[in-house]
Design a protein around this ligand. Structure first.
Ligand SMILES: [Zn+2]
Length: 344
């Protein structure tokens, strides 16, 4: 198991007097879970050992928040928030820490179960099941307890500020309304779904390209909307070629791509041969995007040095439409979208 596996993005380094029991209680995790995540067969640990820790997505209640407003913000159903936090509306108070993402589900293997079947039931990948539970050679046994991280499916996918990342998933059948081809330059002529964007994003992108053009910036749009099924194909091809870990770091699982919102666009320029490469940052087009995108309502979604928050490598080419006012605040605060929304 390696450090970059999905969702296990934090670690705890064992100190001199630590016991596994202490650590589990400190981290508020069941000891069995801690052992499973780290592939430990008993409670033995050693000083300096790096333990993987499952991060909890939480949100601190602010004045005037309601379960409804918080649910809307994160695309989580009000009922689900209530349920996973074990609360009644009346008990919501300022400063309370709410868990936003779903809890981990424990599943006991039944006779005739196999890994593929379980993965299918929970709509997760076999690789995830294996990684998370430290399974060898696809071997599971009746009575075995498996931990399953259920993806949080957003219930308001068309919400303008919807957060889509490795923890928050768009529904499989979500297709944005009013997809349209923005009137901007593409490095290819033919029609392809990746030319599409949501109406509001498309109009804003046209303004951005127009100004760039006036400033002598040679910008091209490469990839916008991506359907669930195309993302699925891309991810599965990646896993076949590069393996799960590398693919997961560079690309999104189906439902976890912001491109499915129709509000994202990857941009490039001739100097880097229309590729999506970090060297875009050093082109005059990359500079211009970094300095001007917010004025048109776009944010750079995957910032340098914020990989541990966004879950993705630095992508100077990926812009997301959030509206002018929000984009300007985010840019001025130097935050990721996750931080801006208050996910901790
Ligand atoms: Zn992108």
């Amino acid at each position: 198991m390696s450090f970059n596996s999905e969702n296990i993005i934090e670690e705890y380094i064992v100190k001199e007097t630590d016991t596994l029991v202490d650590i589990a209680s400190k981290l508020d995790l069941p000891i069995l879970e801690l052992r499973l995540i780290n592939g430990l067969y008993n409670n033995d640990i050693y000083v300096g050992q790096r333990l993987k820790v499952y991060p909890k997505k939480t949100y601190i209640v602010k004045p005037n928040d309601s379960l409804f407003s918080i649910g809307k913000k994160f695309g989580v159903a009000e009922d689900k928030l209530k349920h996973i936090n074990n609360i009644d509306e009346g008990k919501l108070y300022e400063g309370k820490r709410l868990v936003i993402s779903d809890p981990i589900v424990k599943y006991t293997v039944k006779q005739h179960d196999d890994i593929e079947k379980i993965a299918q039931t929970f709509k997760i990948l076999v690789e995830e099941l294996i990684e998370y539970n430290g399974i060898n050679d696809y071997q599971i046994f009746t009575g075995q307890e498996l931990y399953i991280k259920m993806p949080s499916t957003v219930n308001n996918p068309s919400f303008f500020h919807v957060l889509v990342n490795k923890s928050f998933t768009l529904p499989q059948y979500y297709v944005p309304e009013k997809l349209t081809v923005p009137n901007v330059s593409f490095p290819f002529e033919y029609f392809h779904e990746k030319k599409l964007m949501r109406e509001d994003g498309a109009r804003a992108l046209e303004c951005l390209f127009k100004k760039a053009n006036e400033d002598g910036i040679d910008l091209y749009a490469l990839s916008g909307y991506r359907s669930y099924s195309r993302q699925k194909f891309i991810f599965e091809s990646g896993v076949k070629e590069e393996g799960f870990e590398i693919t997961n770091r560079l690309s999104a699982k189906p439902g976890n791509s912001e491109h499915q919102t129709g509000l994202a666009m990857d941009v490039t320029c001739p100097q880097i041969k229309y590729s999506l490469d970090q060297s875009f940052e050093n082109t005059k087009e990359g500079h211009w995007i970094k300095e001007n995108a917010h004025k048109f309502g776009f944010i750079l979604r995957y910032l340098k040095g914020k990989e541990h928050i966004t879950g993705y490598q630095y992508e100077p080419w990926h812009i997301r439409y959030v509206g002018k006012e929000t984009a300007i605040s985010i840019k001025n605060l130097g935050l990721t979208f996750e931080e801006y929304l208050g996910i901790e």
